[in-house]
Design a protein around this ligand. Structure first.
Ligand SMILES: [Zn+2]
Length: 114
């Protein structure tokens, strides 16, 4: 089973980086968890977000956030629209379901006509 975090949205924040103090270099990335197996693909409602600085390439963890960053993150979280959750059944599943149904019909038919 593969769990992928798909990047849904990236926004550059107009804040100073708490590590290197560069302005406008913080990038917040929203990711949504997608589970993919041989049989189905499912977009979950699980959202991750992280902040990275493009200038010093550090990950900015919540403990390093200033009040300003916290406010902007809060706003971005509210503005964020995730992908609609859904589950697709793949062709492999349909083949198995069809095969099972056909076998069941065959068994019933055999029992009925014996
Ligand atoms: Zn930085």
């Amino acid at each position: 089973m593969a769990e992928n975090l798909v990047t849904v949205k990236e926004v550059v924040l107009n804040n100073n980086c708490p590590v290197c103090y560069a302005k406008g270099s913080l990038l917040i990335t929203f990711k949504q968890k997608v589970i993919e197996t041989k049989f189905y693909k499912s977009i979950t409602s699980e959202i991750n977000h992280d902040i990275n600085c493009k200038t010093c390439e550090s990950a900015i963890y919540p403990v390093q956030w200033t009040n300003d960053i916290e406010r902007v993150v809060d706003y971005q979280k509210r503005a964020f629209k995730p992908m609609a959750t859904s589950t697709y059944i793949k062709k492999t599943s349909w083949i198995i379901i069809t095969a099972v149904v056909l076998v069941a019909i065959a068994i019933v038919a055999v029992l009925f006509f014996m």
